[in-house]
Each structure stands twice: as structure tokens, then as C-alpha cells.
Design a protein. Structure first.
Length: 377
């Protein structure tokens, strides 16, 4: 796939050596699953290998000003609780002793701080959350909350889980964390993995896709030293940060080698290009004589609904072993009620699970519409 080069300055390193990545359609999806009428419009920086999106509004403004942001009102389900528990383990493994105060930057409804409070009941718990509703929910859990980082928020353990990618200025965000971190304290920072193109590229409020090396350098420019990498969950990466000296030449080390960066740009462009073609490819595989049922109603289903709208318009119902998301007003069918003569099953799950699901349902005579051969990751 040929990528177009344009002089759009990188919001990470400032280089004008940037490439416009393909947008899979004229609309895009936020991280809460809402479809918006704007193209994805992401760019790859050849100089630092970051992906960035020129956003008209900061994530802080979007979350605080838009009541429609679904994650603001979303109650924790079994998947969320498991995810928070996993992050609590990551945090606990990163620090040598119990903290006196914990600050979660981007705390949401306070679920992670609640789990950390059970591990360290004597610790003061503080959270920064721009959205009013989850901030109020966190306050009801006994957490001291604020809409932004301020001078009174200082802790010896600062946590920020999957927030960095939403910020318009990652370096400024890390500088704020450095000011909030007490001398001798530890910051646990987690964000999406950039090494293999994945569905995180499809989220229009993921304003940056950043490598560990880039975040190390940005942190160093902010006075934070990366002490070690974290064993983050699959699909994510993390660093254990502490105060350190600003290294000479830190800014120039953002620049990477051009040929590997161009290769990564082609991988990212190819991934987004495959998503751009997915709608037409799925339509070719639908069986018009059968009712199309989507199996799954989580993130993968949301993504199909956003970027394969014509194929999704043929979905008559939703089916799932454990429904954890929205049904979009469609009927919900138990998997045991699927009929071979009547239904075709669109596997609305991550591609990694589709081979197993295909074997399961086709053994019962259910024809499956899968796409793991079209979009592998």
C-alpha cells in the first residue's frame, strides 16, 4: 500500500517527516464505542516512529464536557473487575514497600484505587478524573478526587493506567506526574503496546501510539528515570519511573532509524487498509438466505459496528456466552438457541479467538462468518 507523505508536524518530537495513514472510512470510534462522524486521520512520524492524531479537543475536555461519553456511566462488570485486579497486581509488584499515599491519574470511578486500598489500607487514596460522574463515584468510595493535577496532589506512589495515549501533549503530562511524585517515590505507567499494529490504532481518542523507548526519553526530559519495564497485560506495556537527572541529548534520542520506522509505517498502514476493506469483504461472505447473528458485544463488536457498517446493518440479533456490552437495541439470543438452518454467526470477537469459536459452532452445524484471515491482529 502506498502511503502519502505530508509535512504535518509530529506532536511528540516536532519533526515534519510524517506520513498520513489510511483512514478506514469517513467515520471513526471513540474508546467508549461511540461512532462519530469524523475520519480517523492518524499520522506516522518517521523521525520518532510515533503515531499521532491532530485533535481539536483534548481528552480532558471531551470527557468532562460530554455526558454521552459512555465510560463515564459504565458500571464495572466481571471483565472490568478482572482487568482492574490484574493492574493492581502490576502496581503491587512494582513497589518495594507500602506507600503512604497513592495518586491515580485518570482514576475513573476509583475501581483500581479501591483494590489498592485493600492491599494498603493505611494509604491515603487520591484520584484525578476530569469527568464529573466517575469522579463523583470515586468520591463515594472514600477517594479524594480532583478534576486536574494540582499542587496539592503529591504522593509516593503515582499510578496512571491507559491515560498517556489520550493526552495531546505526552511530555507535558509526564511533567505533571513528575511534580506530583514525592522524592524517592515510584510512578507506575501503563499504555498500549505499539510494537504490533492493533485495534488501539482504530480509536480516535487514542491521540498517540508510543514506543517504550519514546516514553523513556519523554520521561527523562520531564525529570523521571525509567528504572525497569513492567510485566503489563498482553497488548500493553509499562515502565516503573522515579526521579532522575535530565540526560544530555535526551531530546535528540527521540529520533529513530529511518528504515525501521518506514517499515513500521507500512505495517500500520497495511493494518488500517485491511480494516478499510473489511466491510466489503464481510458483505461478500454473508449468506442472504440466513439471519445474521453477531456473537460477542464487546470491543470487537463495537469496532465492527463502526468500521464495517454495511455488514453490521445486516445483523438481526446478538449472542454471547456472557454479555458484557451493549446490545444496540437488538434481540439477544442464547448460543444454545442458534439454528443451523436459520442463522449465520458473525464472530464479533478478537481475531485470536475466532478459530476456536469457528470450530465450536461449525461442529454444531452453525455457519460462521469470520475475518481472522482478513485482519490478523
Amino acid at each position: 500500500m502506498r502511503l502519502r507523505t505530508r509535512a504535518r508536524p509530529c506532536s511528540v518530537c516536532g519533526s515534519a517527516d510524517t506520513i498520513a495513514l489510511p483512514s478506514p472510512g469517513t467515520r471513526s470510534m471513540r474508546s467508549d464505542g461511540l461512532v462519530v462522524g469524523q475520519p480517523l486521520s492518524k499520522w506516522h512520524c518517521v523521525a520518532c516512529a510515533s503515531v499521532f492524531r491532530a485533535a481539536e479537543r483534548t481528552f480532558h475536555k471531551a470527557r468532562s464536557a460530554e455526558p454521552a461519553y459512555v465510560l463515564n456511566a459504565k458500571a464495572d462488570n466481571a471483565f472490568d473487575l478482572q482487568r482492574h485486579s490484574g493492574y493492581a497486581d502490576v502496581v503491587a509488584d512494582a513497589i518495594p514497600s507500602a506507600p503512604a499515599a497513592i495518586l491515580d491519574v485518570g482514576c475513573g470511578n476509583g475501581a483500581l484505587l479501591t483494590l489498592l486500598g485493600r492491599r494498603w489500607p493505611a494509604a491515603r487514596r487520591m484520584g484525578v478524573e476530569p469527568a464529573a460522574l466517575p469522579r463523583a463515584q470515586a468520591a463515594q468510595r472514600g477517594i479524594d478526587t480532583a478534576p486536574t493535577l494540582g499542587p496539592g496532589l503529591v504522593a509516593d506512589l503515582v499510578v496512571s493506567i491507559n491515560v498517556l495515549e489520550h493526552t495531546t501533549a505526552p511530555a507535558a503530562f509526564l511533567s505533571g506526574i513528575a511534580r506530583a511524585l514525592r522524592p524517592g517515590g515510584i510512578c507506575v505507567l501503563v499504555w498500549p503496546d505499539d510494537r504490533t499494529p492493533s485495534s488501539e490504532l482504530l480509536l480516535n481518542d487514542h491521540l498517540h501510539t508510543l514506543s517504550t523507548e519514546t516514553v523513556r526519553t519523554l520521561a527523562a526530559c520531564s525529570g523521571l528515570e525509567a528504572k525497569s519495564a513492567l510485566r503489563a497485560p498482553a497488548g500493553f506495556q509499562g515502565l516503573r519511573l522515579a526521579h532522575g537527572r535530565f540526560p544530555i541529548g535526551a531530546l535528540t534520542s527521540l529520533r529513530t532509524q529511518r528504515l525501521p520506522s518506514l517499515a513500521l509505517a507500512r505495517q500500520r498502514g497495511g493494518y488500517l487498509g485491511r480494516w478499510a476493506a473489511l466491510d466489503a469483504n464481510l458483505l461478500e461472505r454473508t449468506l442472504p438466505e440466513k439471519h445474521l447473528v453477531a456473537f460477542g458485544n464487546g470491543e470487537a463488536a463495537q469496532t465492527l459496528r463502526a468500521y464495517a457498517p454495511r455488514a453490521w446493518s445486516r445483523v438481526h440479533a446478538i449472542s454471547a456466552d456472557v454479555p458484557v456490552g451493549d446490545d444496540w437495541g437488538l434481540p439477544v439470543i442464547d448460543p444454545a438457541q442458534l439454528e443451523p438452518d436459520r442463522h449465520q454467526l458473525l464472530l464479533a470477537t478478537h481475531p485470536r479467538w475466532q478459530a476456536r469459536l469457528r470450530a465450536r459452532f461449525e461442529a454444531a452445524g452453525i455457519r460462521c462468518l469470520s475475518w481472522d484471515d482478513l485482519v490478523a491482529a
